[in-house]
Design a protein. Structure first.
Length: 160
């Protein structure tokens, strides 16, 4: 396969300065943040205001190199990386669904942000409940998780 080139379209601002202590998923996040889109992409934000939630796709720029097996935050046993949401991935792309509180020009004010401050933004997509929610879907090992952790401890990030 040929290599891919990604260009960040903006930056995510949040109160989370380091991985340790940050929420591990938006469901555990109460903080507000800002998604600042580069001027060249500002027009692409048109019509986003009508959505309650949006998907943020971003680059885990501070993640450790990928590992094929990890002990995820929500368990005490090792699992294959692709059966987890651990950030130490071959292509460290993250995703979070956050509440869209309002748009201020080329900035989006969002709630429930679990992303580290200064994270490069790759894309934004609208959250559509009819397409994105499957409440009866099985969740593999998470259905019988061993640990109820809701914040990160830094195990998947480089020393800060």
């Amino acid at each position: 396969m040929s290599p891919l080139t990604l260009t960040p379209i903006g930056v995510i601002r949040s109160p989370h300065r380091e991985a340790a202590g940050a929420p591990i998923q938006p469901a555990y996040a109460a903080a507000e943040g800002r998604v600042i889109v580069e001027p060249a992409y500002a027009e692409a934000l048109a019509d986003l205001e009508g959505f309650d939630r949006i998907w943020l796709l971003y680059w885990f720029d501070r993640a450790r190199p990928w590992m094929p097996r990890v002990v995820p935050y929500r368990d005490t046993r090792t699992h294959g990386l692709f059966a987890t949401r651990a950030p130490a991935r071959p292509n460290p792309v993250g995703m979070s669904v956050v509440r869209l509180l309002r748009r201020e020009g080329r900035e989006l004010v969002v709630g429930g942000i679990d992303v580290l401050d200064g994270t490069p933004l790759l894309d934004i997509k609208p959250y559509v409940p009819a397409w994105d929610a499957w409440p009866d879907a099985r969740a593999g090992w998470l259905d019988a998780r061993r640990a109820a952790r809701e914040v990160a401890d830094g195990r998947f990030h480089r020393e800060e």
